[in-house]
Design a protein around this ligand. Structure first.
Ligand SMILES: *Cc1c(COP(=O)(O)O)cnc(C)c1O
Length: 358
């Protein structure tokens, strides 16, 4: 292609590498924090008959009122708060950053952290500052306070639990950040079903606080649905940026029915939490690795002897796809991340890992 055509693409975009999703065909998929369980047949039947009646010749309800009412109930939204929905929480992150972007504005989060905060800041052309976490992946409060004072960030993202590390930050550190932040603070609770800790009740106390959830990790990743909760006046502003029909009619219908059966999803999350505890114990008993605490549905561990690339390849050759963190910065050196799957999948993973370490 002619170079002068490509020159119309902004240099920051040309410098980016596209977000890579590994091909999982034929492999046990333990790389992307998906829930391994399907919905029971009777719930699927109900969802399917809903879909047959969906008016796909019409635009969906732009405000997704029925679904938002169900979400408010299921997620225990405080009466003072409102919601706006995104096509996955990734879209909400994009809407938030677009809403604050401008000359002299910056976005802040922590490193290692969720890559989308950084990537979307670049797409939108706003400065991003990633404050390094401590060696144990806790928030470095001295560094954070200094960075906030210097940068005056318009927006701070805090993943709670953090991805890719899996730990929950200290609630008092987060509360302190909320208090000293000059702008908005978003608590990203993508893994709330596995951590069972939430800042949702704090929406009553802090106008600058926003709480973000997603249905992806709880078992509905294919629907693409995220929820941002916060003060109605802030939500009204964010909603102006939302494209009019961002939640399609099939997602609105299916999510409404699935969330009617939230007890099923909660039971699945409980099974995943049990499996996580079992895997944490088994990993801690292995020589040659360091395993990090997790309150999420995945576990980060470091290969102490040898090379994480080799271990990753061994596990892949055994038919199991996990995530190699090698591309990430220094503190994740030689680290791998495994999603908690079904019991038999986790057993197969543990066997493959042991064989790779032997
Ligand atoms: C997976 C993940 C998301 C994205 O979720 P979607 O709703 O699927 O877009 C957001 N934040 C964190 C921390 C995640 O790990």
């Amino acid at each position: 292609m002619k170079q002068d055509l490509l020159n119309w693409i902004r240099p920051e975009i040309r410098a980016l590498k596209a977000y890579q999703v590994a091909d999982a065909s034929g492999l046990v998929k333990l790389d992307a924090m998906e829930n391994p369980y399907c919905l029971p047949a009777e719930v699927l039947d109900q969802a399917q008959s809903g879909l047959l009646n969906a008016a796909i010749n019409r635009y969906p309800d732009p405000a997704a009122r029925v679904l938002r009412a169900r979400i408010a109930e299921v997620m225990q939204l405080p009466a003072v708060a409102e919601t706006v929905l995104g096509n996955g929480s990734d879209e909400l992150i994009q809407m938030l950053i677009m809403a604050v972007a401008g000359a002299g504005r910056s976005v802040m989060s922590f490193e290692p952290g969720f890559v989308m905060y950084n990537m979307i800041s670049r797409f939108v052309g706003v400065d991003y500052a990633g404050v390094p976490l401590t060696k144990n992946f806790a928030i470095d409060m001295a560094a954070t306070e200094a960075a906030i004072a210097k940068q005056q960030p318009a927006l701070i993202f805090i993943a709670y639990p953090n991805n890719p590390t899996g730990n929950l930050f200290a609630a008092e550190d987060i509360e302190r950040i909320i208090k000293i932040a000059p702008g908005l603070v978003v608590i990203d609770e993508a893994y709330q079903p596995f951590a069972q800790h939430s800042f949702m009740p704090q929406l009553e106390h802090y106008e600058q606080l926003l709480v973000m959830r997603t249905v992806s990790k709880m078992g509905l990743a294919g629907l693409r649905l995220g929820v941002l909760c916060g003060h109605p006046e802030l939500i009204t502003e964010i909603d102006k940026i939302r494209l009019p029909y961002n939640i399609n009619v099939l997602t609105q219908q299916t999510a409404t029915i699935a969330l009617q059966h939230i007890a099923v999803l909660e039971q699945q999350a409980a099974r995943i939490r049990e499996q996580r505890e079992l895997m944490l114990q088994q990993l801690a008993a292995l020589a040659g690795i360091e395993v990090f605490p997790s309150q999420a549905n995945f576990i980060l561990f470091r290969i102490l002897q040898g090379n994480a690339d080799d271990v990753f390849k061994h596990i892949c050759d055994a038919g199991i796809l996990i995530k190699n963190m090698k591309a990430s910065a220094g503190s994740l050196k030689n680290c791998l991340r495994v999603t908690v799957g079904k019991s038999e999948e986790n057993t197969a993973f543990m066997q493959a890992l042991q064989a790779a370490l032997a």
